[in-house]
Design a protein around this ligand. Structure first.
Ligand SMILES: [Zn+2]
Length: 116
């Protein structure tokens, strides 16, 4: 149980940081708060065909960034849920305790070093 609170603080801070980053490239799905949708980048200009191409490129960029952020965000949420459930720090494959060094490197780790 040592450092559980520290992991919780770190995970909560990371969650908030990810929410800030997610909000720059997307918005929450109103029907599902854990789901995020990519937003087209803002230009503040009238569109011409070249801008439209840039917009699509920007949108695809946002979609890719959002996807990565969302995966990490869901890992962090799952780790916080495991803290609440009392199952934090247990390898999902072997059921063994995850090494403290691994949890220090990644508090959202789901497996021990042997099951990376
Ligand atoms: Zn394991």
């Amino acid at each position: 149980m040592n450092d559980m609170n520290e992991y919780k603080v770190r995970l909560t801070e990371e969650k908030e940081g990810l929410e800030t980053q997610l909000a720059t490239v997307g918005r929450r799905n109103p029907g599902n708060p854990n789901d995020w949708e990519a937003l087209p980048p803002e230009t503040g200009q009238e569109s011409d065909p070249n801008d439209a191409a840039d917009l699509i490129e920007g949108y695809e960029g946002n979609t890719a960034i959002l996807k990565d952020l969302e995966i990490r965000y869901n890992h962090v949420l799952a780790a916080l849920a495991r803290i609440e459930a009392g199952t934090y720090g247990v390898c999902e494959v072997s059921g063994e305790a995850i090494e403290p060094a691994r949890l220090n490197a990644d508090p959202a780790a789901r497996t021990c070093k042997a099951h990376l």
